[in-house]
Design a protein around this ligand. Structure first.
Ligand SMILES: [Ca+2]
Ligand SMILES: [Ca+2]
Ligand SMILES: [Ca+2]
Length: 441
């Protein structure tokens, strides 16, 4: 009796294994097939990791690109499988500064997430000059555009400075590391989006342009010929981590791996110009990990304004600096863009940044910066505002503080530099503590 039960178990196990082997032998593992998707598999068992070709492993499971058939199969054996969330980069070339919509007048409803339009249709706003040997060199329409003038509080600024030794990670669509204004800044270049390999070193090709634009705002150095554009911290070291594809979509697990790698590589500041309405555990855990390693995280608030509480994650986490966008009106007044996502500062404790509060506002309307074709374009979005603050954090990185306190000290210092944005006097839902500016010399 006992023997036969044992036998039954053996044969059941054998059947199970044979079935698995049989099934997997005929199932393609590549993630590129039409009916496949990225999934989080709640198992840490080697068997499932191997069978389903694990991509990124985490404490509580792993991700993999699975066919519908593989998903059904795993579920059949009681393994929990759920789709990995996808985030979007946050520019929108159709955004315009609308002063009248700066304060919400309509019934508070949540706007749908913006669908990013392919920015690659943009043509350079810059001129072209032919250098030596006929080499084409694009030049910007302004080497120190209005956003730089505003952050530096200097309308006559000719070039920028600062950020020496600070490591800034741009988690984005990649960076054109051959752009003349960026090539001397790039210290690391990694691709977390390749379907075959979880990470590829020395590869961060930007098929979109967004990442190159963001990187330029942080750290463009004018190029060795000094004919290019200037970012906020032109001496900073740039880590170009590609976590979003050319279409502007970013898998949460790739973002999480990029963040964790940034922390492990000793990054000081990370810029995240992407977002989603949801609090995603993969990203939340990675944010907590990076913060525990002393990294200062800065993120775009989102482009879903003017609706109250329209702030996106990861900016919405208390531990991440959320940045809204200001534009400059024709009369020279700084106004928060109607589309800039709003926080809930006025209904949480004032003076303390909590979940869903906006922290700062920075230039985000009509921002000229570097492009992936070696030239320059003008874009609008909180995507553009966030790197102004990340750049400022690099410029004022508090390297003198005790290691684990540097990020917090830098964050407080930025707050001390913030000037109020009106019409609401003091902290508000759309600009937080205001616009951090370089102090007058
Ligand atoms: Ca926050
Ligand atoms: Ca608060
Ligand atoms: Ca204010």
């Amino acid at each position: 009796m006992v023997y036969s039960e044992y036998n039954m178990k053996i044969s059941k196990k054998l059947c199970f294994c044979l079935l698995l082997v049989g099934v997997f032998a005929f199932v393609p593992f590549a993630g590129a097939s039409a009916d496949s998707g990225r999934y989080f598999v709640k198992s840490t068992k080697g068997f499932w990791k191997n069978s389903l070709s694990a991509r990124n492993s985490f404490d509580n499971g792993f991700t993999a690109d699975l066919s519908d058939f593989q998903v059904r199969f795993a579920k059949l054996f009681g393994v929990e499988v759920e789709p990995v969330a996808v985030l979007q980069i946050l520019p929108d070339e159709n955004l315009t500064l609308d002063k009248d919509s700066a304060e919400p007048t309509e019934t508070p409803t949540k706007a749908p997430s913006p669908t990013p339009t392919p920015s690659s249709t943009k043509i350079p706003t810059s001129g072209i000059i032919k250098g030596q040997k006929g080499v084409v060199r694009y030049v910007p329409s302004d080497q120190t555009p209005w956003g730089i003038e505003t952050i530096y509080n200097d309308l006559k600024i000719a070039s920028t400075s600062g950020g020496l030794g600070t490591k800034v990670v741009v988690l984005d669509t990649g960076v054109n590391i051959n752009h003349p204004d960026l090539k001397n800044r790039v210290a690391q270049c990694k691709d977390f989006t390749n379907l075959r390999f979880p990470v590829i070193n020395n590869s961060c090709d930007d098929g979109n342009g967004h990442g190159t634009h963001v990187a330029g705002i942080v750290a463009a150095d004018g190029g060795t010929d000094k004919l290019g554009i200037y970012g906020v911290a032109p001496a900073a070291k740039l880590f170009a981590y590609k976590v979003c594809g050319a279409n502007g979509s970013c898998y949460a697990d790739d973002i999480a791996m990029g963040l964790r790698t940034a922390a492990d590589q000793g990054a000081n500041v990370v810029n995240m110009s992407f977002g989603t309405d949801k609090d995603i555990p993969l990203i939340r855990d990675a944010v907590n990990y990076a913060v525990s390693k002393g990294v200062l995280l800065v993120a775009a608030a989102g482009n879903d304004g003017p609706f109250p509480d329209s702030i996106d994650y990861p900016a919405a986490y208390a531990s991440v600096v959320a940045v809204g966008a200001v534009g400059k009106s024709s009369s020279g007044e700084l106004t928060v863009a109607g589309w800039s996502s709003r926080g809930i500062n006025l209904s949480t404790k004032l003076g303390v940044i909590e979940d869903r509060d906006i922290e700062f506002a920075a230039p985000g309307d009509s921002i000229e910066s570097t492009w992936n074709n070696g030239g320059y374009v003008v874009l609008s979005g909180t995507s553009m505002a966030s790197p102004f603050v990340a750049g400022l954090a690099a410029k004022y990185w508090q390297s003198g503080a005790e290691n684990k306190l540097r990020a917090a000290t830098t964050r407080s210092f930025l707050r001390s530099l913030a000037v109020d944005i009106l019409p609401v006097v003091g902290e508000d839902n759309y600009s937080g503590f205001g616009l951090p500016q370089v102090p007058k010399q």
